[in-house]
Design a protein around this ligand. Structure first.
Ligand code: PLP
Length: 426
């Protein structure tokens, strides 16, 4: 089949008329579908319902350290929860502090603390004329919203299949003292599902930033969120790499069980060097007398250890895999060879990233909405909501049922085709 670029104007108009008829047919069904939300489906949440039963009024509610989890205390989190989340994110248990229910919340606090009090004794960022962050794009909108909220200037760094463009990262951080950090989702990245290569991680660890208070914000949100048993990405561990490279304090690593147990009711943590953790504790002791230890205990009693968690994630994968494949197969069969879009087949995470012809993303999202399909807003994957190419669209296949996804993918590919034809005919 000819690509759209190769077709004559008449052929394109003919194709458009046929597609438009199909689009109208679907539109008349008055559907309400949603591929915008990166949240687990009810079936995934059901997997962890046993967690509701592990603690009851006759349970022993003391943690291993002998502390009554119903009461105040144990700022770093109960030791068994430290162990579980440390294993989950591959760091030593004494290098992690368990927080509350959200890793995003810890990231927000980390930036807020740096703004008001500086980083391990540095000048508070709010007292500087300019503070900048590097933002690999496309990326996670909520990261960008945090930095925007604090008035931090964001600089786009393009992603490659190995992670962020490291030539650019190295050059920028070594030349500009105002650059204080970079947002990273290093494994099964949001939205592309890319895992940083070993060389990328090592180059991160060896960075020589002009700013002594530069930090890598390593959001390992999808560390154990594989789709396949036999095809898994591997990410080397950044804290150890930084230590080996003589930069032990350069990274904060974040994780949570939001998409392992229950989003909003999971357990979140930060891992970092002992010096960084000490600085964090100085704020924490003012901020809280301790986080929710009963929830920590519930997670440990339910999963028992990392092996329990890994087995649990296989059940998530069984639910997620057919959904990802439904979307990818739909893209491949309907758009493959037309040269009007590219996408990546991820091996894990929560998203599929689609790049349309430049100037088409907003129109595609609007077109899909016209037929009752809600997509993540075009531009959301870029700082300030501005995709300079107007090309990237994030697809979130987790929430709809497989049947809904098949129809949603149909609407999406029809929208891509129709908008692309209009673009080519412009
Ligand atoms: N980080 C990334 C990359 C995410 O995609 C998400 C949720 O979608 C989060 C963090 C939110 O994590 P939490 O629920 O622990 O705040």
């Amino acid at each position: 089949m000819a690509t759209y670029m190769e077709m004559s104007k008449e052929e394109l108009l003919q194709e458009k008329a046929e597609l438009e008829a199909r689009f109208q047919e679907i539109k008349e069904k008055g559907l309400q579908l949603d591929m915008s939300r990166g949240k687990p489906s009810a079936a995934q949440l059901d997997l962890a319902m046993g967690m509701m039963d592990v603690l009851n009024s006759s349970s022993d509610l003391k943690c291993r350290a002998g502390v009554d989890c119903r009461n105040y205390g144990v700022l770093d989190g109960i030791p068994e929860a430290q162990e579980l989340l440390a294993d989950m994110t591959e760091v030593p248990a004494n290098q992690i502090i368990i927080h509350g229910n959200s890793s995003l919340n810890i990231m927000f606090d980390t930036i807020a603390r740096s703004m008001t009090h500086g980083v391990m004794g540095s000048t508070p960022w709010c007292k500087l004329d300019k503070v900048k962050f590097l933002c690999p794009v496309p990326g996670y909108d909520r990261h960008f919203l945090i930095t925007e909220y604090f008035g931090i200037e964001m600089i786009n760094v393009p992603m490659t299949m190995d992670g962020p463009d490291m030539d650019m990262v190295e050059k920028l951080v070594s030349e500009d003292e105002a650059i204080k950090g970079i947002w990273c989702v290093p494994k099964y990245s949001n939205p592309q599902g890319i895992t940083y290569s070993d060389e990328t991680v090592r180059r991160f660890a060896r960075l020589q930033p002009a700013a002594k208070d530069f930090r890598i914000f390593w959001d390992n949100a999808y560390g154990i969120h594989h789709l396949y048993d036999d095809k898994q990405d591997n990410l080397i561990e950044i804290l150890m790499e930084c230590k080996k490279a003589g930069n032990p304090d350069m990274v904060y690593k974040f994780c949570s069980t939001s998409k392992v147990s229950f989003p909003g009711s999971g357990v979140a943590a930060i891992a970092a060097s002992p010096a960084n953790l000490e600085a964090i504790r100085r704020q924490m002791t003012i901020q809280t007398i301790g986080h929710d230890k009963l929830n920590q205990l519930r997670h440990v009693r339910y999963f028992k250890d990392i092996h329990g968690m890994v087995e649990h994630m296989k059940k998530h994968a069984d639910i997620m895999r057919p959904k990802f494949e439904a979307v990818i197969n739909g893209l491949e069969s309907e758009l493959g060879g037309l040269e009007i879009g590219t996408w990546i087949r991820p091996r894990g995470g929560y998203f599929i990233s689609f790049d349309a012809l430049p100037g088409c993303a907003k129109a595609i999202v609007a077109k899909a909405k016209d037929a009752g399909l809600v997509m993540t807003g075009a531009g959301a994957t870029f700082p300030y909501g501005k995709d300079p190419q107007d090309s990237n669209i994030r697809i979130a296949p987790s929430y709809p049922t497989p049947e809904e996804l098949a129809v949603a993918t149909d609407i999406f590919v029809l929208s891509v085709k129709l908008v692309s034809i209009d673009k080519i005919l412009e």
